[in-house]
Structures are given as structure tokens and as C-alpha cells.
Write a protein that binds this ligand. Structure first.
Ligand code: ZN
Ligand code: ZN
Ligand code: FE
Length: 752
């Protein structure tokens, strides 16, 4: 089957177009390459494997004379190009200057800092026009040194000469710096007392990490906590101090080879690791890993990334070992980004602080991606990607501000045919997070110089984002239903035209429904203009409301009660005491604090508990992840029955069978696999029913549940086999991090 690979790049220099042309010709691909105002756009068509090769070869063979600041790509439906051509450039000259993302250290700067003869040997703030910080140092436009946090540092003669010489790699490199004139690092006790600076500080940091200390290291968009990833006690101590019991920690490896040794990485994962965005890539651990089990306990995956600043390069080069490199914060607070913050908030977590005197103007967490179905799926779109816009398939009439949801929030500012998603903000539930949220709104509007004429929020009356919108933008505020926004984000990033219709599957943990209950397994017949709720799971109770989110065993009991009535109390699947069970059954019967939901996420939680995998969680989606990991250990082809009738998907037969198989000691991984098979069957069957009625063949898969790679890949494959046209996320996350894009798009069709 032929596909189209669409690439939008922020690229400068004359060498890129001819390079793409030659490569496309060599691989016998059709399509075009074209320069536009902001960079380059490539669309090529061919078989998936050749397109993969094309993508990998761009990374491996890219011409030295052109500078790549960002390359977003997605695999889409074939369009039918017959030849490959270089198209006329459009919109040269005029147009908005884009603010670049932070760019990982380039090869040339990497060799500067490792060459003892070079004047930048071991200098941790080395950069050039090809690399270095941008988004996190710019205070206002235009992008000039005076408008960045580098304004504090006067260029020395040598640096000034580079800056002034056309043809020099550092000609007009705004953050240009050297040992003489630029920022420097300093090592501090946790109370702020200065220990030492410069090279000595780096040496001491390295030896402290080797001895098992946790050091907070100021990076590009915030502080990381660094510690030896091979030492069990050290990683366990970090977890205890960060109050992060089990959620996996990211690991930075010195180089690609050392990462390969500890994990099994495929070609697309490797490409992602070395791409200019340098995200954290979630990969499989290898059997005999030297990584401490505490890095991602009970998990067969681990988040891996490579050094992207000169400081990380220097540290990892000396350590020659993988380090845990996790955002410096306590649980869900925003990442610490200045010294005051670090010294107060990190006192109980870190042993030392490696600071520096270049101010971080705005926080930006590391991005996270995962390869699924041969596509790159963003899990968190932040450093390296923000604030690169997503191209919309149509032009907006009015500039819009989309306020995002509550969990894993981002906001979006969109105008013309561009949507600018903010960096990752996170859950809006601590005072620090709310402050960061409001700062980010003002900041992005300011940077883009936009006054929004429409503002759009989630329907949920309790979300901070909604309340903020009502208070601040009441007269121009629109609201959009959560799951519809998920589907809209998927439609928009897949470039669907204005009149398109899709069958949308929005599967997630929670979202406020039109009927004021908690939705989460929504099958929508949708266009950009509106939606019809076609199908959803049979509503069930969450005993204790929010508590049930933390305790999947409660949801399990609720579904058992729906299935078996009072006999549910005889089913032994968890450590509930007899009294607890009776109490929960009692509150369900009397309907006390038992909100109804159609959540698919909670169904995964419940099945995780029913199979004995996870009864209580310590981080978001933990039980569902445990279920996915168990399913990955089985290739059973079985599945469970369900019934679709009368706008409802009845899940009780599934619960019935699982309870039965548990009693007959069917292994958890087999049940987990069969459950996954069941849900992908459910999607296909529901899609068939709707296609029958409507003739729609586009199927959009969105919502956090589709971060589940087994579910996503199976569903995608089965839909393709049945001649559907499945749409999945490749530019924004399927989780709530992508919601603000969907909101922004909706504003175009539903004006105030
Ligand atoms: Zn460079
Ligand atoms: Zn200098
Ligand atoms: Fe959601």
C-alpha cells in the first residue's frame, strides 16, 4: 500500500531542496518539495518501507550547508503524485518570523567542546547559528541578543569577531559565548552556599553523581535531577524524596551506542533519538539491562534520551554511564527553572545544585514520543517542538486562544493557517501550576503579538481553565465538549478538509459530557461543525467518585456488581476486606457518591484489577499501563463477547467472561491480551455499523487510551484490513495535551 509522507521543516540554506530532490529520485518516490515562508514542505509517496528509508536518510545524509531547526512529519493517505518535482516557492519575503525552538547541540559545536586545542574546550554554553537555546532565552521579538537573557553578557573580542563575520558559523548567533565572556556554571550546597565554579564545579558534580548523590542540574528549559541510573539505592532514594513511587524515570545515555546496549531500539526509534528535537523516546528494555530496576519498576519499557546541551554532553562524557534525568519538581508541580526556585523547592530532593547564570526566560520540559504502528506518536510535545506551529488545513477568520483542559495541559494560539501549541504545562491543580498556566497564556500571546478575538474552553465547569476563561474572556468565550475536541485535534493534524466527516473514537479517562456525566468511550459521528454521540459504553458507577480513579479495585467491584448483582461480593479478586466490600456495595445500592461514567480508561483500570495486576495506583494510568505490559507478553488470539445495540456498547459480557477465566486460573497476560483484542474488535464493529448508516470511512482515533501501543496498532491494522481510513496522532498527543488544538479549530466553525 502506498502512503504519503508529509514533512514540514524549519530549514535554512540552499542545499536542502536539491538534496531532497536527489533522494526522492534515488528512492523512486513521487511528490514535491517546496520552500515556503517558514521553511520547507515535502510530500512524498511510496511504500511505507521506502518512506521510512527516506526519513532515515534525511537524518543520516542531510547536507552540511543547510540548517535544520525542526522537522515534523506524518504518514498520511496517498494523494496520487505522478512524478517528483521542485515546486515554486511561495510567500517569500513577507510573513511572520517564527520563534525557533531550542535546538540540540550540533556536531560541529560538539567537536569544539571536545577538542583541547579549541578555545571552547569543555565550555558548557557553546552554540552557533545551527544550535543552542532559542525559545527558552527569548524575552521579546525581534530575536536579538538584547532581547534575550544573553543581554547580560558582553561579547569578548573573539566572539564579537565571529558574530560580525559573514560566513562564520557564529555570524549573528545571538547566544554566542565563550569561557571569556559567557555564562558559567556554579556548584552549590542545597542551602545555596557556593562550593565552586567552572570546570571544578563540573568535576565535583561528576564525582558526586558517581558516589550516589542526586544533583539538580540547570539545563535548557529547567532543572533536571541527575543521579546514577545503575545504582538501585540511589534511584530508590530519589523516588522517595520526589514522592514518586513508581512512575518511570527518564534516562539520559552518553551516546546512541550505550543506549543500544541497554534497550532494544528499532530504526524509527533511533531516528527519533538523534533527531534535532532530541525527545525522550519510550523504548523496550533489553533483557540484561544494567539500569536499576527502580528506574521503571515492573515496566518493560523505559524513556531514553541523549545529551542535547553542551553541559549534558560534558557531564555524560565524563560519567560514561547512564543517568536518571528527570524534571526537577515534586510530583506534578512545574519544573524548577530559576535558582531561587531550585534552592527552596529542591532542598528536600537534591544533595547539590549545579546552577548557571544564564536565566531561563520560560520553562520548557523535555518532550516524550513513542513509535507506534510505524509512526511517531507524541506523548508530550514540548522542548524542541514548541513553539513550532502545526499547519491547519484551512485559514482561520479570527485569531483564537484555546485554553486547554485540566490534565497535561497545553494552550494554543492560532491565526491564519497556523496553530501554535504551547510547551507542556501539566495538570492545573497546584498554585505553582496555575501561575505557570497564566504566565504561559500571556507569554505566548505576547511573543506572537496576538490579541485573541475568540477564546475557547472545555465544557467542564470545574476546570481552572474554564473558570479562567469565564473570568477573563467572558464576552468572547466559547466552549467545546472534551471528546469532540479530541476528535477535532486528530482531524486537523491529519489535514482533513473543511467538509470532512469522520467516525471518531475518543477513548480516555474522563471528560465532561453534554449530559453532565463523565464521558470517556465516545463514538462520535463528527465534522468540524458538530457531532452526534452515536455509541458509548453502558454507563457504570464509580464508587466514591475520584477515589475510584486512584483505586481501580472499586471500579472492578462496580462492574462485577452490574454483572452479577449481590453475588459480586463472593468474587475474590482483591484484598478488600469483607466489610469494605459490603460498604461499597451499600453505597452503590443507595447511590451515594457514585457518579456515572462511560470511561474507557476506567474500564482498562477495572480489568487490570480483575486480573490481579493493579488494585491501587500511584500515578496516572498506571493500572492501564500494567494491563498493556501484561498483554505484550502474550500473543493469544482470543477475545470476549460484547453487545452493540440501541446506541450502547454493553461491556458486561466481557466482565462476566474475565471473572470466569480468573476463577479458572487463566494467566493474567492471556486475559490482558484477550481484553485488548476485544476493544479493537469493538472499534471495528462499531465503525462498521456506523459506516453502514453513513457511508463515512474516515476513522479518527484519539484520547489518552490510544497511547496504548497494542490497542492502537491492532485497531489500526484491523481498520485498514476492512478498508477504513484510520487517522491517528503524529503531531500532537492523543492525550489531553492535544486538546487545545481541537478547541482552536472548533472556534473557526462556531463563532460567538
Ligand atoms: Zn552548533
Ligand atoms: Zn567570548
Ligand atoms: Fe481526554
Amino acid at each position: 500500500m502506498r502512503l504519503k509522507l508529509e514533512i514540514t521543516g524549519l530549514v535554512q540554506g540552499v542545499g536542502f531542496r536539491p538534496f531532497i530532490y536527489a533522494l526522492a529520485k534515488e528512492l523512486d518516490l513521487t511528490g514535491y518539495v517546496r520552500n515556503n515562508r517558514t521553511g520547507v514542505r515535502v510530500e512524498v509517496e511510496g511504500g511505507k518501507e521506502v518512506l521510512d528509508t527516506f526519513l532515515l536518510r534525511i537524518e543520516q545524509d542531510k547536507p552540511e550547508i543547510s540548517k535544520i531547526y525542526s522537522l515534523q512529519h506524518s504518514f498520511l493517505e496517498e494523494q496520487g503524485f505522478e512524478t517528483f518535482v521542485i515546486r515554486e516557492s511561495i510567500g517569500q519575503g513577507a510573513g511572520r518570523t517564527l520563534i525557533l525552538p531550542d535546538i540540540a547541540l550540533c556536531d560541529k559545536c560538539a567537536s569544539d567542546i571536545s577538542d583541547p586545542e579549541n578555545r571552547r574546550f569543555q565550555y558548557p554554553f557553546t552554540n552557533c547559528t545551527d544550535c543552542g537555546p532559542r525559545f527558552t532565552i527569548i524575552e521579546k521579538t525581534p530575536y536579538d541578543r538584547q532581547n534575550t537573557s544573553m543581554k547580560e553578557f558582553a561579547l569578548c573580542n573573539d566572539c564579537q569577531k565571529e558574530y560580525d563575520t559573514p560566513g562564520n558559523r557564529r555570524f549573528h548567533a545571538q547566544p554566542n559565548a565563550c569561557q571569556e565572556c559567557g555564562p558559567h556554571v556554579s556548584l552549590h550546597e542545597i542551602n545555596g552556599t557556593l562550593i565552586c565554579t567552572g570546570e571544578e564545579a563540573i568535576e565535583k558534580t561528576v564525582s558526586q553523581i558517581q558516589q550516589g548523590s542526586v544533583v539538580a542540574v540547570k539545563g535548557m528549559g529547567g532543572y533536571h535531577l541527575l543521579c546514577d541510573a545503575t545504582k538501585e539505592e540511589t534511584v530508590a532514594a530519589l523516588r522517595a524524596r520526589k514522592s514518586r513511587e513508581e512512575k518511570p524515570l527518564a534516562v539520559m545515555f552518553p551516546d546512541l551506542n550505550s543506549a543500544r546496549n541497554e534497550t532494544s531500539i528499532n530504526a524509527l526509534e533511533e531516528r527519533a533519538l538523534i533527531s534535532v528535537e532530541k525527545p525522550i523516546v519510550i523504548v523496550q528494555k533489553s533483557g540484561s539491562s544494567i539500569l536499576a530496576e527502580a528506574v521503571s519498576p515492573g515496566n518493560n519499557t523505559v524513556g531514553v534520551f541523549l545529551p542535547y546541551t553542551p553541559l549534558h554532553h560534558i557531564l555524560l562524557d565524563k560519567l560514561k554511564a547512564p543517568v536518571v534525568a528527570t524534571s526537577a519538581n515534586i510530583t506534578d508541580d512545574p519544573i524548577a527553572s530559576d535558582e531561587q526556585d531550585a534552592f527552596t523547592r529542591l532542598a528536600a530532593i537534591a544533595d547539590f545544585i549545579l546552577a548557571h547564570n544564564r536565566e531561563i526566560v520560560r520553562r520548557c520540559d523535555d518532550s516524550v514520543v513513542r513509535i507506534a504502528a510505524g509512526r511517531q506518536m507524541p506523548v508530550r510535545r514540548s522542548r524542541g517542538f514548541a513553539p513550532v506551529p502545526i499547519s491547519l488545513p484551512f485559514r482561520l477568520r479570527k485569531p483564537v486562544l484555546a485554553l486547554g483542559p485540566y490534565m497535561s495541559s497545553t494552550i494554543t494560539v492560532a491565526l491564519d493557517d497556523k496553530a501554535f501549541l504551547s510547551q507542556h504545562i501539566g495538570d492545573l491543580d497546584s498554585p505553582l501550576a496555575l501561575e505557570f498556566y497564566e504566565d504561559t497564556i500571556n507569554d505566548l500571546l505576547g511573543l506572537l503579538d496576538v490579541t485573541p478575538e475568540v477564546v475557547i474552553a472545555d465544557l467542564h465547569p470545574g476546570y481552572y481553565s474554564t473558570k479562567f476563561g469565564e473570568k477573563k474572556y467572558g464576552d468572547v468565550l466559547l466552549k467545546v465538549q472534551h471528546h469532540f475536541a479530541h476528535i477535532l485535534s486528530c482531524m486537523a493534524e491529519n489535514g482533513l478538509p473543511e467538509d470532512a466527516e469522520v467516525i471518531g473514537f475518543a477513548f480516555d479517562g474522563t471528560g465532561y459530557g453534554l449530559d453532565k456525566t463523565i464521558w470517556g468511550s465516545e463514538v462520535l459521528i463528527a465534522s468540524y461543525r458538530g457531532f452526534k454521540r452515536a455509541l458509548h459504553l453502558r454507563p457504570y458507577r464509580l464508587p466514591g467518585g475520584e477515589v475510584a480513579v486512584k483505586e481501580p479495585c472499586r471500579t472492578a467491584l462496580s462492574l462485577l456488581y452490574d454483572t452479577f448483582g449481590d453475588k459480586a461480593k463472593n468474587i475474590d479478586f482483591t484484598s478488600f476486606s469483607e466489610n469494605e466490600k459490603l460498604l461499597l456495595l451499600e453505597i452503590m445500592k443507595k447511590n451515594i457518591n457514585c457518579p456515572l461514567t462511560t470511561s474507557m480508561g476506567r474500564l482498562f483500570d477495572a480489568v487490570s484489577s480483575l486480573t490481579g495486576l493493579n488494585h491501587k495506583i500511584s500515578y496516572h494510568a498506571q493500572a492501564a499501563i500494567a494491563l498493556e505490559q501484561a498483554a505484550a507478553r502474550s500473543d493469544d488470539k482470543g477475545s470476549y463477547p460484547f453487545v452493540i445495540s440501541n446506541k450502547m456498547i454493553y461491556q458486561l459480557p466481557i466482565i462476566d467472561r474475565i471473572a470466569n477465566e480468573r476463577e479458572n486460573n487463566v494467566p493474567p497476560e492471556v486475559i490482558a491480551r484477550r481484553f485488548h483484542n476485544t476493544i479493537s474488535n469493538m472499534v471495528v464493529e462499531a465503525a462498521e455499523i456506523i459506516r453502514e448508516e453513513t457511508d463515512i470511512s474516515y476513522v479518527a482515533l484519539s484520547g489518552g487510551v490510544f497511547q496504548n501501543v497494542i490497542l492502537l496498532e491492532d485497531t489500526f491494522r484491523k481498520l485498514t484490513e476492512r478498508n477504513f481510513r484510520p487517522l491517528i496522532h503524529q503531531l500532537v498527543p492523543p492525550n489531553d495535551g492535544g486538546i487545545s488544538l481541537g478547541q482552536a479549530v472548533f472556534s473557526h466553525f462556531a463563532q460567538v
